[in-house]
Every structure is written in structure tokens, then in C-alpha cells.
Design a protein around this ligand. Structure first.
Ligand SMILES: [Zn+2]
Length: 826
């Protein structure tokens, strides 16, 4: 292509943390393939005060203009130029408070408010820190230097090559040149950072505000393991000499994979044995492994365009689990993947308002509440399906080939398929394009005709609608025979329907054996479902399949094909269930049904939930035990709260005894503290809320603060809830404002008032980080809109005219509202 491209960026930055401003100087080396009279660069909120073309060591002024709408500056060269051309641009910018671009992160040290200056650039905010070609395809090398206060520390993607003290007390910190990389992965940080480190072949460190780096030990140890795994699996060494995990107090997302300088929310990288739960530890490891996988998938091989973002996120999601599973096989990570990733994706993608994993026309795809479950969760699930189809060995070899071939370059979906196809010699391209390029996913309906099974596919959606879509589906079936034996069968369904021969003597059959396929199953044959129920009760089926059967059934309830009561009638088969995966999924489904249904039906759900969870708690114990399985520890904290919510006096009394310890400043085991705080709040009053506010203020642990913010959404007293709402808008830091609001949208005592609250606080909510505001809409509308559907629709019809960017999340929220309304009425 005959386009002007960047070769090298030399960036000089001087952040001023007193004025929240920075000055910058950029030396940009360009490749101009044909004579050109100018060039356009992306900028946003930068004031350019000088732009020169360098020629024979001298600068010649360029005329330039700025188009804020297009986020561009248009530079006219003094004359036509070609070949390698160098520009020098001087500018100033703001260290903003928006958690994007170059921004300030606030923290408290010794009772005083302090700030660090850090960056967050994905997808297109590098332009807020330096003029650039802000597109992943435009790879170049970078050399950064920062002039900072002598007492501060600077961090960037690469190691420091020189630190030079200046006479005025400041110092100049210069960093190594980076490999060829995209702008969205550049990082700059300046502040009071402190490190712990592990100097191996690659120097790995954890950086945090003073006094906290020591809490990074857990992450640092896991990072070393994960790095070893990735280098070995991918067959390519990590290419930089250092890798930092940086804890940032104010951070909008979970983490960001900047090359060599990965940034995190504090709770995802800092560990406190008294405060961090098993669920928290697992999440830390999964996120670290996810971001590390990006150092290859994304940083080394980069998507040619944002529409191929799944090449980053699906793989990072997949390896987030794969790496942790390798080191902690007892954590049952792949089972948790089914609920945490696949179940979420199946639910999101069952809407008409959805799109393909490879987002069509997505030259500016944004990761948000609408896209993330598709690109991350569905993408990761489909990769698991592909791995199952081609086999682990071929999958790894295909990825190695792909990474080797495209390292330091860009790739598209096709490049990946061809690599997998070449190695596996299976029709991967056809299958992948099927799953990656079309929206939605199939439902496989199965009927029995004597010894045969007739399987038919159609698109699965909750609301009715025409579709003639088809998929290439790897079908697996387990058939149970009268003599107690079972047999597995597989086939690739490449048409609308097919017939499978089970042979004689079959008593039951289970589709999606092992649940590696991304589809729903509908059993036409009621007797078969009954038989499967028996296999569930006797645990002849593995836990993943026990999970799948009830979750598919619940999906039929949401689709309007089965009644909530049908689902409840099936649950007695799980009365002796002891595996976490089916139990935590049942907990999630019951909780949703509990909110959506009313009257007797709601009472019955509470009674079913109470009986089931009290029984489970009797078995596993209310108190955490030293010998608990990892997943048992996580499950306990989930169902303790729910048992109490459904009226279990035992659960309530247990939690309140624990809560009274907290009120006396005593310790509660981190693996039950979330439930204990929730129950404490739900039964609490104004004074309880004041206690919460005091604790949130004095807590040193983000993990603990987030648990408390969940809890304060659980108050039952409306007067207290009103105080909570005010507190959220006025005092909770921006990064966490969405937490109590999302929780309130599942609180029966808050729901009736939330819509009016939303309407009257629009201006404040619109100032949230966009991803958080979307989360608020996605949580609130589908539930608080019940009973006032017309009004809600009418409001958004007008509102979307002004807020175009919200249209995806509003549409999906309104579709969910429709599904919920039907479920409430049925
Ligand atoms: Zn990611």
C-alpha cells in the first residue's frame, strides 16, 4: 500500500503532577513512499505549539490545522517530500481525571491525597498523549524519555537505560527502544512507585504505591510460572528484558496488557492473606495469565484491524484458564470456565441484538458491556470447541506456526485458520468462519425414533424470529444402556439435520457430552429428560453434564418454551448434588427467577433455594475449613448469602454472628466475608451504613472495599438505600461507582425506586466512565423497567438520539426487558 507510515517515535514527556499538565516533544520518523505534500496524525485534547520538518539538521516550520471532530491534525510540509522524513512536534496536554489517555490516579498516603500520572490507551487514546497514527496496523518502534521530579519513579514499556539527575532537582529517565509495536500498547507512568522484583532471564517486578508493593509477592510468583508456561507453549521467548505488573489505584477496567508494563486494578495484583478470598486469588491468577497471553496474542502478533480484536481477547481468555489450570489442576478451572465464560456467552448471544465474533465493519470496535461477552466469552468458548475438534497437539502446533509467521506484524482471522488447517489437516477454515463470522449460535433439537436419534439445528434466541442460519457443529452424544454401560459417539453436523444410530437397548442419551460444544440442546422426548434426571441424581453423569442439562432447561424457560415450575420440578434430581459447577449455576438461575417472578412462584423459588442450600451448607459446613476444596470455598460464599436471602434462619444467624465480630473489629475468614457483609447490610440500619462508610474509608484493601460496596447495595431499608445512592454519587471513587448501583438492581427493595432515581440523576451518571455507565444501563433497565415497559421504551427512543454511542447497550437491555416481562407474565 502506498501510504505514509511511522517508523520510529521518539517521545519526551514532562508530567507536572502539581498542575495536572504535561509538555511533550515528539520526533517522528516517517516513511513517505511517494512524493507527498502533507500528512494527518491523530490527536485529541492536545495543544500543539510547534511543528517542524527536519532537513539537514534544521527545522522548517510546517503549517498545520487541528480537526477536533476527526481527532486529527493535518500537517502541510513546506514542500513535497518523500523517503524517510522526520517531524518534530511540541505540545502540551492535560493529565486528566477520565481514566483514559494520560490521567491522574488518586490515592491516600499518610492521610494525604496523592497522585500518580499513568496511561490507558486501548483502543484509541494514545492520541491524548502524543500525536500518532493511532491504529493497531501502524506499528513502529518507540523510544521514550521522561523528565520527572527527583523523588518520583518513571515506568514505561522497556527497561531504563539511563537516569540522569539535573541541577534543578529533577531527573531525566531514558528507556530502551521497543520492538515494533502498536500505539495502544504504549505505557507511561510517573509517581511514587515502589517495586518488588524477581531477577530471572527476564526481570519481573510488581510496582505499587509505597508500602504496598510487598503485597505483590503472590502475583510475582505466579507470573514467573505463567511466563515459563507461555514461552514453552508458544515456542517463542518473551522478547523484552523486563515485565512489570503495575497496581493502579484508579483504573476503569480490570487490567491492560501494555507491552512489558501491564496495569491492573489493585485488587487484581495485590494480595492480603487476611482479606483476599480464594475467589479473589483465582481471579488474580486468571487475569495475570490473560494479560501475559496478550504479550504474544496482541502485542507480538497484532490484529490487522479492530474487527479482528477477537484474535487478542478470545485467546487471552482461553489461556487465562489454560495456564492456571496447568499449575492448579485442583481448582477445576475448566469447569468454572463453563459457568464464568460459556454460560455468560450463551446468554448474551441468545439475543437478536447480537453480532458476530468478528465484528462486521468494525474498524472502530469498542470493548463494552455489549461486545465483551461476545469477543471474550464466546470467542474463548469457540476456541475450546476448536481445540476439542482438532486435538490439543494440533491446536498448539497451529498456534506456534501462526505466532512464528506473523510475529512483529499484523494478522487477520484467515491467517489463524490457515495455520490451524495446515497443521491439523481438518476443514478448520470452514468451521471457524461459520462460528466467527455469523452472529448467534445453534440449538440442537433431538428426538428418538427407536434406535435412532434425529438431530436438527436452528438458531437459538430467547425471543422468536425467523432465521435460516446453519452451523458446522461437532456433535457428541453419550448413550446409556440398560446394562448400566454407556458409550460416546461423535459426528460433525454439516446440514440442517442428521440421523444417528444408537444401537439397541438405549435407555437415555445426553447431547453435548462433556459440554465442549457451544450450543443449546432441546430434548423433545420427556421420558429421556426423566431418565437423564436419574443419571444426574446417581451422578452417573460428570458434573459438567449435570450443569449443562439444568442450564439448557433454564434457557428453555427464558425462551418461553418451558415454565419456571418445570425447572423447579427438575431440581430435586440435584438434591444430593455436591459439585460446585451445577450448584453455583443453579444458584444463579434461581436468583434471577426469584427476582423476575412474583407472589407464590417467588415463594416457591425461595423455598426450593432455601432447602437446597441449607442442605449443601450442612454438608460442606458453614465455617471455612482448612481441607476445603478450592471450589467449595468459592461456592460457600455464593450460597450463604442466597440461603439467607431465601429465609434460612440458620444461614442468617451464622452470618450475623460473624458480622458482629466485624463490628467489634475482629477478623472474619476472607472466604465468607462477602456473604457476611451482605447479610449484615440487608438486616442493618442507618448506623450500620455509617459503620460501612467508615470501614470503606479506612480500608487499605481494594478487594475488601469492593466487597463492602457490593454489600451496601443490599440494604433493605429504603431510607438507608437513599443515603447509599447519594453516597455513591458524591463520595465513592469513579472507578467503583457502578458497583453498588448494579447490586441494587437485584435488590427487591430497591428495584421499585431505581428507575426514577436513574431518570433524575442522568447528568451525574453520564459523567461515569463510558464502560461503567453502560454497565449501569445493562443492569438497571432489564429489571427496573418491569411494569413500566412503555415508559422505558419511550424514554430511550428520545435519549438515543442524543446518546448515539449507547445504542448497542440500550437495545440489548430493552430486549432483555422484553424477555423478563414475558417470564414474569407466564
Ligand atoms: Zn484482554
Amino acid at each position: 500500500m502506498n501510504e505514509i507510515r511511522p517508523i520510529h517515535y521518539k517521545i519526551h514527556l514532562e508530567p507536572d503532577l502539581a498542575k495536572f499538565q504535561f509538555t511533550g516533544k515528539l520526533e517522528l520518523l516517517l516513511e513517505v513512499p511517494a512524493p507527498a505534500s502533507g500528512v494527518s496524525l491523530n490527536i485529541l485534547d492536545l495543544a500543539i505549539w510547534k511543528c517542524e520538518l527536519m532537513a539537514q539538521g534544521k527545522g522548517e516550520a510546517c503549517v498545520f490545522s487541528v480537526d477536533p471532530q476527526k481527532e486529527e491534525m493535518r500537517i502541510l510540509f513546506p514542500r513535497q517530500v518523500s523517503g524517510e522524513v522526520s517531524l518534530i512536534i511540541d505540545y502540551v496536554g492535560e493529565i486528566n481525571n477520565r481514566m483514559s489517555g494520560f490521567y491522574r490516579s488518586r490515592y491516600v498516603r499518610d492521610g494525604k491525597e496523592r497522585y500518580a500520572a499513568v496511561t490507558q490507551f486501548e483502543e484509541s487514546d494514545a492520541r491524548r498523549a502524543f500525536p500518532c497514527f493511532d491504529h493497531p496496523r501502524m506499528k513502529a518502534t518507540f523510544e521514550a524519555e521522561m523528565l520527572i521530579d527527583g523523588g518520583l519513579t518513571a515506568i514505561s514499556n522497556t527497561a531504563v537505560v539511563e537516569e540522569k539527575p539535573l541541577e534543578d532537582g529533577r531527573k531525566l529517565v531514558r528507556f530502551e527502544r521497543t520492538p515494533k509495536m502498536s500505539t495502544y500498547l504504549v505505557f507511561f507512568g510517573a509517581g511514587e512507585f515502589e517495586f518488588i522484583q524477581d531477577p530471572g532471564e527476564v526481570l519481573i517486578r510488581v510496582a505499587a504505591v509505597p508500602g504496598k508493593a510487598v503485597q505483590g509477592k503472590y502475583s510475582l510468583e505466579f507470573l514467573r510460572k505463567a511466563l515459563t508456561f507461555c514461552e514453552e507453549y508458544y515456542g517463542i521467548k518473551y522478547p523484552l528484558s523486563k515485565l512489570d505488573l503495575i497496581a493502579i489505584a484508579d483504573f476503569a477496567f480490570g487490567a491492560m496488557e501494555n507491552w512489558g508494563a501491564i496495569t491492573f486494578r489493585e485488587n487484581l495484583v495485590l494480595h492480603d492473606p487476611d482479606k483476599t478470598s480464594k475467589a479473589g486469588e483465582e481471579r488474580m491468577c486468571v487475569v495475570i495469565a490473560h494479560e501475559l497471553a496478550h504479550q504474544w496474542f496482541g502485542n507480538l502478533v497484532t490484529p490487522e484491524d479492530w474487527k479482528y480484536l477477537w484474535l487478542n481477547e478470545s485467546f487471552a481468555t482461553f489461556f487465562g484458564y489454560e495456564v492456571v489450570d496447568h499449575y492448579y489442576p485442583g481448582w477445576d478451572l475448566w469447569e468454572q470456565f463453563l459457568q464464568g465464560q460459556t454460560e455468560v456467552a450463551l446468554d448474551r448471544d441468545a439475543l437478536h441484538e447480537t453480532f458476530a465474533i468478528e465484528i462486521p465493519g468494525g474498524d472502530h470496535v469498542v470493548i463494552n458491556a455489549s461486545t465483551a461477552p461476545i469477543i471474550y466469552n464466546k470467542g474463548g468458548s469457540v476456541l475450546r470447541q476448536v481445540e476439542g475438534y482438532v486435538g490439543k497437539e494440533a491446536f498448539r502446533e497451529g498456534l506456534r506456526l501462526y505466532l512464528r509467521k506473523y510475529q512483529y506484524r499484523c494478522a487477520s482471522s484467515r491467517d489463524l485458520w490457515e495455520a490451524l488447517e495446515e497443521v491439523s489437516e481438518k476443514p478448520v477454515s470452514k468451521m471457524m468462519s461459520n462460528w466467527i463470522e455469523q452472529p448467534g449460535f445453534p440449538m440442537v433439537t433431538v428426538e428418538r425414533e427407536d434406535g435412532n436419534l434425529l438431530v436438527t439445528q436452528e438458531r437459538f434466541t430467547y425471543m422468536p424470529g425467523p432465521s435460516d442460519q446453519e452451523w458446522l457443529i461437532p456433535i457428541s452424544v453419550r448413550v446409556f444402556y440398560g446394562d448400566g454401560q454407556s458409550k460416546g459417539m461423535t459426528t460433525l453436523l454439516d446440514a440442517k439435520s442428521a440421523i444417528l444410530d444408537m444401537g439397541a437397548g438405549a435407555v437415555a442419551y445426553k447431547l453435548n457430552d462433556g459440554q465442549s460444544g457451544f450450543y443449546r440442546v432441546r430434548y423433545r422426548d420427556k421420558d429421556n429428560l426423566k431418565e437423564l434426571g436419574k443419571q444426574v441424581a446417581s451422578k452417573a453423569l460428570p458434573s459438567a453434564d449435570r450443569w449443562g442439562i439444568q442450564d439448557d432447561l433454564y434457557a428453555m424457560v427464558k425462551r418461553g418454551e418451558a415454565k419456571t415450575e418445570d425447572y423447579l420440578d427438575f431440581l430435586p434430581h440435584y438434591s444430593e448434588e455436591d459439585a460446585s459447577l451445577p450448584l453455583s449455576s443453579i444458584a444463579a438461575n434461581l436468583h434471577q427467577a426469584f427476582i423476575l417472578r412474583e407472589g407464590d412462584s417467588r415463594q416457591r423459588i425461595a423455598s426450593v433455594g432455601r432447602t437446597l442450600f441449607e442442605r449443601v451448607l450442612e454438608n460442606i459446613g458453614y465455617e471455612p475449613g482448612r481441607k476445603d476444596k478450592h471450589t467449595t470455598s468459592i461456592l460457600r460464599d455464593q450460597i450463604l448469602w442466597q440461603a439467607a436471602l431465601y429465609g434460612s434462619t440458620k444461614a442468617e444467624e451464622f452470618c450475623m454472628t460473624q458480622f458482629s465480630l466485624l463490628l467489634k473489629d475482629k477478623k472474619v475468614h476472607p472466604d465468607i466475608s462477602k456473604s457476611v457483609l451482605q447479610v449484615g447490610a440487608s438486616l442493618g440500619n442507618r448506623e450500620t451504613f455509617e459503620w460501612f462508610m467508615g470501614k470503606i474509608k479506612s480500608s487499605e484493601s481494594e478487594h475488601e472495599r469492593m466487597n463492602m460496596l457490593v454489600a451496601i447495595g443490599c440494604f433493605n431499608d429504603w431510607e438507608v438505600l437513599k443515603r447509599v445512592q447519594r453516597y455513591v454519587l458524591e463520595e465513592v471513587p469513579d472507578r467503583n461507582k457502578f458497583i453498588p448501583i448494579s447490586v441494587m438492581s437485584e435488590n427487591l427493595n430497591a428495584i421499585p425506586f431505581l428507575w426514577d432515581w436513574y431518570r433524575s440523576n442522568l447528568a451525574a451518571l453520564e459523567r461515569f466512565h463510558p464502560i461503567h455507565y453502560e454497565r449501569v444501563i445493562a443492569a438497571l433497565v432489564p429489571i427496573c423497567g418491569l411494569g413500566r415497559e412503555e415508559e422505558v421504551r419511550g424514554f430511550f427512543q428520545e435519549y438515543m438520539k442524543k446518546q448515539e454511542k449507547l445504542k448497542d447497550v440500550v437495545k440489548l437491555s430493552l430486549e432483555r426487558l422484553e424477555i423478563h416481562s414475558r417470564m414474569r407474565r407466564s
